[in-house]
Structures are given as structure tokens and as C-alpha cells.
Design a binder for this molecule. Structure first.
Ligand SMILES: Nc1nc2c(ncn2[C@@H]2O[C@H](COP(=O)(O)OP(=O)(O)OP(=O)(O)O)[C@@H](O)[C@H]2O)c(=O)[nH]1
Ligand SMILES: [Mg+2]
Length: 204
């Protein structure tokens, strides 16, 4: 009887774990974001911004949501370290791509390394010098249009235009400030819904 009740209790309280990777150029604010997420969702606060150094390798952090554990992998963004990102793609349930909205010069460098985008965070929205969500989205679409056009020039007309629209449709841009925590909860809500949906699709 005890085992039956214990099993039932475990069933009711069980939590599924999902992996989310956080990528983006060096200095975009990925680690600041992860530490802010820990502070907002865990009893033990994350590191304060002045304790955060550039990431060499990876950081991991977990938060608990209703019947869900989100496990974040914050990966270093420096050029030499980006080659390890692909090892995390297969096993993750969602990708967060952080953009430094203050850094106009390096926006296209960001698009170059962006694989399949899911949630794009335009970070540093607290700064008056930052580009807005709208400007970031337009820049991405403009960059993508140029890329499709130059591919068309090189490979002829057989470009898959349906693929193109799917790709843009899958892009969600949100403005956040990792430093101040603005809209970080909105980003977590987005991820929560996204991983729940991915589970429903796997189940059916
Ligand atoms: N104004 C402002 N600055 C931020 C924000 N988020 C991060 N920063 C600053 O941006 C710099 C880089 O932040 P990190 O979190 O180390 O960046 P990272 O993306 O982890 O960089 P790598 O580990 O090298 O890939 C730091 O000086 C942060 O304080 C933000 O929301 N607003
Ligand atoms: Mg970092």
C-alpha cells in the first residue's frame, strides 16, 4: 500500500526536465540573463553582474515551473568557442538567441551565426542607445532577404520560397534587459509554453 501511495504521489508531483540553450555573440548578455533568471526563479540568487566574466565553455542553471524543470545551458560566444554550439542542438528543446541591441555594427555577424531561430532576445533594452525590437526584426529580415537574393543569383531560381517564409514565421523577437530583469519573466513564459507544446507533439 505504501509503495502504491508513494508511486501515486511521485506520479502527481513528477516534473519533466527540458533543456534550453542560450547562444549569441560574446558580450550580448547571456550569462547576465541566466544569472537574472536564477535570481527571479530560485531561492538562491544568481551572481551579481559585477561578478560575471566572459564565459569560457558553458554555465548551467535550473529553474522549477509547474510540473516542469527548465535546464539552461549558457554557452560562451567568443569566436573560438562557437564551434561547440552544434553539439548541444540535437538534445535541446528550445534555443534562446541573445542579441546585443546596443551593438549595431555586429548585428549581421549575429545573423550569420544564427542557426534555426526560436526565441530571439534583444537585450540591453534599458540602454537609451539600444535598437528596438522592431528595428532588430527589420534588420534580420533585410539581412535574410539579401542572403536569399544572393543565393538566387548563384543557384538560379530553384530556391525554396516556402522554406523562407517558414523560417521567418518561426522567429519571435522579444525585448529584455538582463541587467534590470525587464521582461525576463515574459521570455520564460514563452519558453514554458513552447516546451509544453513540443511535449504534446511528441506524445501524439
Ligand atoms: N545595459 C545593459 N548591459 C547589459 C545587459 N546585459 C548584460 N549587459 C552587460 O554586457 C556585458 C556582457 O555581459 P555577459 O553576460 O558577460 O555577456 P555574454 O553574452 O555571457 O558573453 P560571453 O560569455 O563572452 O559569450 C557586461 O558588461 C554586462 O553587464 C543589459 O540588459 N543592459
Ligand atoms: Mg557569458
Amino acid at each position: 500500500m505504501y509503495h502504491l501511495l508513494k508511486g501515486f504521489h511521485e506520479y502527481l508531483t513528477r516534473k519533466e526536465e527540458f533543456s534550453v540553450i542560450i547562444i549569441g555573440l560574446d558580450g550580448a548578455g547571456k550569462t547576465t540573463l541566466l544569472e537574472k533568471i536564477k535570481t527571479l526563479y530560485n531561492e538562491t540568487p544568481g551572481l551579481s553582474p559585477d561578478k560575471i566574466a566572459p564565459t569560457v565553455g558553458q554555465n548551467m542553471g535550473k529553474i522549477t515551473l509547474p510540473s516542469t524543470i527548465l535546464k539552461f545551458w549558457d554557452l560562451g560566444g567568443q569566436r573560438g568557442i562557437r564551434s561547440i554550439w552544434h553539439r548541444y542542438y540535437d538534445d535541446c528543446h528550445a534555443v534562446v538567441f541573445v542579441i546585443d541591441a546596443e551593438d549595431r555594427e555586429r548585428l549581421s555577424e549575429g545573423w550569420e551565426i544564427l542557426g534555426v531561430p526560436l526565441l530571439l532576445l534583444a537585450n540591453k533594452q534599458d540602454s537609451p542607445h539600444s535598437l528596438s525590437v522592431e528595428e532588430i526584426r527589420n534588420d534580420y529580415e533585410e539581412w535574410h532577404r539579401r542572403k536569399v537574393e544572393s543565393a538566387r543569383r548563384s543557384y538560379g531560381e530553384e530556391m525554396d520560397s516556402q522554406h523562407r517564409s517558414e523560417r521567418i514565421a518561426s522567429l519571435d523577437v522579444m525585448g529584455v534587459s538582463a541587467l534590470e530583469g525587464t521582461n525576463v519573466r515574459g521570455a520564460i513564459d514563452w519558453l514554458f509554453i513552447r516546451v509544453q507544446n513540443s511535449r504534446r507533439r511528441e506524445d501524439s
